[in-house]
Design a binder for this molecule. Structure first.
Ligand code: NAP
Ligand code: MG
Length: 487
């Protein structure tokens, strides 16, 4: 298996515009899950480092140039960061693939584009944030000011390490906030590299800080810190609930993007070749470690058996392989724990009566790695564990439905509400189903598309608030109402 291009430098904390060690001097090791080998060591932020980073961000917000800068200048700096990410695309994509195990094709051509697009898109918003004048009475001049919140703490997961930097930091910074970002301990390397590039782009000291460390220590300290105004979190439901409780003490604003168990509905009248490709990419892109994964495939009864047979054939061709090979489309899961959890779900599905029609096993590549085969479970009922719980791996649960009402009922009969898909050639049916699905995103005859201009977030147990789009800027600003007496 091809290894790192060059030795990867030890990762540091990025605090106040400098790459520094942890105050304790502590470091931890980050591994390549595909080879099980050590990549490098990373400085491990403790409570003291979080405090240092938050104070740097606070000082940058209170007395630094960032919030007072002309918005056009702020926009130029963020645009330059987007450019620098593109200029270092090969290097960052490589870091992402060795740290996370995802195919280099995805890191290099999907994730890099998304993270640089985020900085470019939101750089344009810096100049377009406005308040309004309000028509109250001739006796007053009344208007609103849209102001940044102050210090934003961003806590992100390991499945899209670099993309999440763009989703969280780009809009928060464009609005004039300062950011302290905690990457997942498992995958810190791309965020640290982007933190270094932010300094090169000209972000003033303290405006963007990156503090790799454990969630239970560094994440916890960030959520508790009284100088942090908001936490923007993406991750598991359990940790999101915990953050919500902890944040109550300091009345912090929150955006929570939590898990999903998204239904992808295939009607008999769909373009079935397209639906097959959509079902495959809906679950196997990102190894299925994707919050929006179309992990519950609802297939109309009349085509169920044929469609399951086609899925099984296609899944057997999607063989796990070296993530650094450009042709690979299924990489290694992020670590051994995640692999064991996914294999446990496959066993639970079998125990409840589901049939494994493709995959189902661990696989190694050159004798190493935490790969799981592209797995299709047929004969799944919506009440089974594999239909209700987020597996977060390459496992598709295929469930039959009888008609439109039954499809919508089963689709919505779940705790989550993040994404959904519908495949049909009947335009009216597509719009009816789109209205009835309880999900933050509905894909019609496509799946797993994302763009900085389209808001993304959850209904129900999948959280609240929105990343991306113009909508997310209200998550990083607050309104001040000004009354001026004219009499
Ligand atoms: P996770 O365990 O919830 O971790 C997410 C982040 O929270 C990590 O940075 C983690 O740190 C940190 N964290 C853990 N405990 C914390 C605490 N007590 N206080 C503050 N921060 C804490 O989730 P994960 O295992 O990384 O990611 C998988 C999950 O994220 C899945 O359930 C998936 O659906 C969800 N997800 C949702 C979306 C979405 O947009 N809705 C996107 C991606 C993933 P450490 O890991 O470093 O300890
Ligand atoms: Mg790693």
């Amino acid at each position: 298996m091809s290894e790192t291009l060059t030795p990867v430098r030890p990762g540091k904390l990025i605090i106040n515009g400098e790459a520094v060690d942890a105050a304790s001097g502590k470091t931890y090791e980050t591994y390549n899950p595909a080879t099980e080998s050590l990549i490098t060591t990373v400085a491990e932020a403790g409570v003291e480092d979080v405090d240092r980073a938050v104070r740097a961000a606070r000082a940058a917000f209170e007395s630094g140039p960032w919030p007072k800068m002309k918005p056009a200048e702020r926009g130029r700096i963020l645009h330059k960061l987007g450019d620098l990410i593109l200029q270092h695309a090969d290097e960052i994509a490589h870091l992402e693939t060795i740290d996370n195990g995802k195919p280099i094709f995805e890191s290099r051509y999907i994730d890099i584009a998304m993270v640089s697009d985020c900085f470019h898109y939101f750089s344009g918003w810096a100049t377009k944030l406005t308040g309004e004048t309000n028509n109250v009475s001739p006796a007053f001049f009344t208007y609103t000011l849209r102001e940044p919140l102050g210090v934003v703490g961003a806590i992100i997961p390991w499945n899209f390490p670099m993309i999440m930097v763009g989703w969280k930091a780009a809009p928060a910074l464009a609005a004039g906030n300062c950011v302290v970002l905690k990457p997942a301990a498992e995958t810190p390397l791309s965020a640290i590299r982007i933190g270094e590039l932010a300094i090169e782009a000209g972000l003033p000291p303290g405006v963007f800080n990156v503090i790799p460390g454990r969630g239970s220590v560094a994440g916890e300290a960030l959520v508790k810190h009284s100088m942090v105004d908001k936490i923007s979190f993406t991750g598991s439901t359990e940790v999101g609930q915990h953050i919500m409780r902890t944040a109550a003490d300091t009345v912090k604003k929150l955006t929570l993007e939590l898990g999903g168990k998204s239904p992808n509905i295939v009607f008999a009248d769909a373009d079935l070749d397209a639906a097959l490709r959509g079902a495959m990419n809906g679950i196997f892109y990102g190894k299925g470690e994707v919050c929006a994964a179309g992990s519950r495939l609802l297939v109309e009864q009349s085509i169920y058996d044929d469609f399951v047979a086609k899925l099984a054939d296609a899944a057997k061709k999607r063989v796990p392989a070296d993530p650094l090979h450009p042709k690979t489309r299924l990489g290694s899961l992020v670590n051994e724990k995640q692999m064991k959890s996914v294999l446990g779900y496959i066993e639970a599905g079998k125990a409840e009566g589901a049939t494994v029609v493709a995959g189902g096993e661990r696989q190694t590549v050159n004798g190493k790695g935490y790969f799981v085969q592209a797995t299709v479970l047929a004969g799944v009922r919506n009440e089974m564990k594999v239909a209700q719980e987020e597996i977060f791996g390459p496992v598709l649960s295929v469930i039959p439905f009888s008609d439109l009402d039954d499809a919508v009922r089963q689709a919505n009969d779940v705790f989550y509400g993040l994404a959904s898909g519908v495949w049909t050639k009947d335009v009216k049916k597509a719009h009816i189903v789109a209205r009835r699905l309880q999900a933050g995103t509905v894909y019609v005859n496509t799946y797993n598309y994302f763009d900085p201009a389209m808001p993304f977030g959850g209904y129900k147990g999948s959280g609240f608030g929105r990343d991306l789009g113009a909508a997310c800027l209200s998550e990083y600003t607050q309104l001040k109402s000004v009354w001026l007496n004219l009499e």
